[in-house]
Design a protein around this ligand. Sequence first.
Ligand SMILES: Cc1cc2nc3c(=O)[nH]c(=O)nc-3n(C[C@H](O)[C@H](O)[C@H](O)COP(=O)(O)OP(=O)(O)OC[C@H]3O[C@@H](n4cnc5c(N)ncnc54)[C@H](O)[C@@H]3O)c2cc1C
Length: 194
Amino acid sequence: MVGERIEADHVVWATSVVAMKNVFRNHFAETTWFKKIEKLKMMHACTFQIELTEPVLSKDITTFGPNSCLGSFSEQSRSTFQGSKGRLSIILTPPEKFLELSKEETLEIVLEDLKRVKIHIGREQIIDYQKIDHPNDFYSLAPGNNQYRPKQTTPIKNLYLAGDYTLQPYFATMEGAATSGMKAAKLVEDGNRS
Ligand SMILES: Cc1cc2nc3c(=O)[nH]c(=O)nc-3n(C[C@H](O)[C@H](O)[C@H](O)COP(=O)(O)OP(=O)(O)OC[C@H]3O[C@@H](n4cnc5c(N)ncnc54)[C@H](O)[C@@H]3O)c2cc1C
């Protein structure tokens, strides 16, 4: 419940990198530990979902759209969104550009770029559509940035971090997030034993 105080012996903080920074900055901005985390650059993501009267692709499989705004796209009505008659999910590129645009403006660009990969969607086929912004949702994969990913341990006793941005063998993926959670859980377990 919002505002409820929950006490625990150990806390694993498992938010996205931007949420972690925004909350921890209020308390630890002056520490060497957090100053290093502040150097971890972040990057945006932006996706577009189109609900359709029928599937636009014969298979639900992720495809890439080089030289277009379609970073990757997939029909998903037979897999993730089985309640939909047709559902095209798109990861837009470059995200910086689309964060600035309205969903209506984005639709026009998306429909044009879909034509370039031979996907023609008529207006009458579109039931609904939405743009979803994820500002600063990922740590940046730019060279030199990996060194600033924090470990799951923190200088604060019994406080641990988990999340795809924390240091683990993977990039920002579900595997990475799960691995970081397992690492944090192991630290809690080890702490309980000592
Ligand atoms: C469009 C897109 C496509 C992707 N595709 C793939 C893919 O195909 N394969 C793959 O492996 N990965 C993919 N990823 C990446 C994958 O989704 C992430 O790496 C993974 O979800 C990260 O998990 P996480 O637990 O670190 O963070 P999240 O899943 O972001 O979970 C963080 C949680 O913290 C919560 N939260 C935020 N702020 C606060 C707060 N202040 N207090 C409390 N809670 C808070 C959020 O609500 C959220 O539930 C994709 C990501 C995106 C955006």
